[in-house]
Design a protein. Sequence first.
Length: 290
Amino acid sequence: MTDVRTLRRRLVVLVLAAGVVVPGIARAGSDDPPQDKPYWRTNLFKRFAYDQKFLVVHWFPAEVRRPAFTAPLVGAILLASHPSGSGHEAIDRASQADFGSDVPTTAVTLSHQLTFVGNAPFVAAALGITYLASRHAENDHLAEAASLSGEALMSVGLWSTVLKSVSARTRPGPSSTGSFFQYGEPRSGSFPSGHAMVAFSIATVFADEYHEHRWVPWFAYGAAGLIGAARVAVGQHYPSDVIFGAVLGHSIGEAVFARQRERGDGWYDRLQPYYDETHHGWGIGYSRRW
């Protein structure tokens, strides 16, 4: 079980890693990675550091103005944060208990397996192997998806650790009320669900990368949803933890892909030839996606 001390140690490691990367970026005197190669092949740690500035300065301020992002986050917080004994929190706790008790033994076993698949170290290893194998096979499409997913995974790891350390919500259990700010308690890393954040961030990257294949988003988000439900079934999270983690993970995945679209190519890659049928002449146009 991950306690607060473990979360704090992870946060220290991430901060130290950022401390090594950020000064080098500052000396470079640029807001973006070098463009001599595709974005997804640039330094992963530099991209991760740039992403944090992008998330704080640009992305999240824009997201909070979007109801599809704000409404479920606020709903999850309200569901989780009411004082003990109130009806709203009772729904959160009762739904977790009912869901866990109604799941058959075979489904519980499957839930434990899905939990293992959603562990960050396993996901990181799988993405690394996928990236190396796809580069060897010269499948740049898959390599790009794996690289961007790794970028999202690092950001999710940072934000998940920070939020868990700050919220310090106790995990479900016989004597747990799902209270927040229980610092020092061994099972106080419930909010939000890190597994849900990881699963939905990577699902978002693959869904965007392979949007031309209609089955990929269905499979990606379906698998992410199962991982989130599994965390409730095995008694590690409340539904509100999973909802909050899923929405935030999806947003971080979209942010990484937005960085890829906006910063990945040089201006010359947006120049395209076009043919004017009216005047029967050729020209050059500039295209940009918003």
